[in-house]
Ligand binder design. Structure first.
Ligand code: KIV
Ligand code: ZN
Length: 388
């Protein structure tokens, strides 16, 4: 299939890798609701679950496959026939099914997880892809722990699974180990040294153990990957997965990279709240793109600059990610400009001297109270009138 070289496919694994977080398990109806919202967001692939893992997960994949029309629905397997049979069965109603199979690629995993050899693992990898191809055309292969794998061996594995029929090759940094330049170089090496690489899409799947998942995913895209895997709010095992909203907004903000996705970014905020509520997982206030403080300006210097021209302190418009609006928060660090902005908004246009007086009262109050609300401001104005 011919692909636009600048198009980045978005693979959402909120319902599989994201759902592995302890305490975040979802019911099938909850998963269906999220899958429909993901479809509305415009993701290209929904990884719906790991069907062999439990009857509940199997059923969720079946129901999600029935519920969505546009995205590819993907199911995870290990590299064995039983897992692949279960995935193929669970995907039978999918309009565009994909089997995501794979095995460990690092010597660490080969020796200490599979008690095996590189040759045997290579054989199992290609057999799994060939077997999955009996059921579906679209087979994604993951080379688990690729972040720590020997690059020559990884290249050999990638070449072999593409020859066996893999349409997408996923290069996970399973342990969130790599630095961005290391991860980017890995992708570049594969792009330049695997002779059949143009027959498949390279996918990046990064974990956030060192807080580098987004940076690594971007490095991968800059070096030739064209699918990004992640979750909404960056949820996932341990420190989580790449945040889809971060990668998508980076590509949108840095158009000079020349890459684009088909995501309706205006749906991000609502979907973030749905997932946070259903998974009982609060979003940290300073979370990029969707955190409650992501568009809140609180220090006097920033507020003044923002009120003069919002672009002084706003690189993304809140409305572009469906965020209600930017806010000027009043704290003891706020300046007169912010106070005037709020008083004007409440219908009190004060002269310079009056504003200076109210500002002094405001600072005293703000030193003793965390949040200054409209009632507080109206109280300050009323107090000034009483004193006059
Ligand atoms: O992190 C990882 O390696 C994974 C694979 C199963 C794709 O989640
Ligand atoms: Zn993962």
């Amino acid at each position: 299939m011919l692909h636009d070289p600048n198009r980045v496919y978005v693979f959402d694994t909120t319902l599989r890798d994201g759902e592995q977080v302890p305490g975040c398990q979802l019911t099938t109806p909850e998963k269906i609701e999220i899958a429909r919202e993901l479809e509305g967001l415009g993701v290209d692939i929904i990884e719906a679950g790991f069907p062999v893992s439990s009857p509940g997960d199997f059923q969720s994949v079946v129901e999600i496959a029935k519920a969505v029309n546009n995205p590819t629905v993907c199911a995870l397997t290990r590299a064995n026939k039983g897992d692949i049979d279960a995935a193929a069965e669970a995907l039978k109603y999918a309009k565009r099914p994909r089997i995501h199979t794979g095995i460990g690629a690092s010597d660490m995993h080969i020796k200490h997880k599979f008690n095996s050899t590189r040759e045997e693992i290579l054989e199992r990898a290609t057999e799994a892809v060939k077997y999955a191809k009996r059921f579906v055309e679209d087979v994604e292969f993951y080379a688990e722990d690729a972040g720590r794998a020997d690059i020559e061996y990884l290249a050999k594995m990638v070449e072999a699974v593409i020859a066996a029929g893999a349409t997408v090759v996923n290069i996970p940094d399973t342990n969130g180990y790599c630095l961005p330049d290391q991860y980017g170089s890995k992708i570049r090496f594969l792009k330049e040294n695997v002779k059949n690489i143009d027959q498949a899409i390279i996918s990046v799947h990064c974990h956030n153990d060192l807080g580098l998942a987004t940076a690594n995913s971007i490095a991968g895209l800059q070096n030739g990957a064209r699918q990004i895997e992640g979750t909404i709010n960056g949820i996932g095992e341990r420190a989580g997965n790449t945040s889809i909203e971060e990668v998508v907004m980076i590509l949108k903000t840095h158009q000079s990279m020349g890459l684009y996705t088909n995501i309706n970014t205006k749906s991000f905020y609502e979907l973030s709240r749905t997932i946070s509520t259903q998974m009982r997982m609060p979003v940290q206030p300073n979370k990029a793109i969707v955190g409650s403080n992501a568009f809140a300006h609180s220090s006097g210097i920033h507020q003044d600059g923002f009120l003069k021209n919002r672009e002084n302190y706003e690189i993304i418009r809140p409305e572009d990610v469906g965020f209600p609006s930017a806010s000027i928060v009043l704290t003891a660090r706020s300046g007169r400009h912010a106070l005037k902005y709020h008083l004007d908004r409440l219908g009190h246009q004060l002269g310079k001297d009056e504003l200076a007086t109210v500002y002094q009262q405001f600072l005293i109050l703000a030193d003793s109270k965390l949040n200054i609300n409209d009632d507080d401001l109206l109280g300050l104005v009323a107090y000034r009138l009483v004193k006059e």
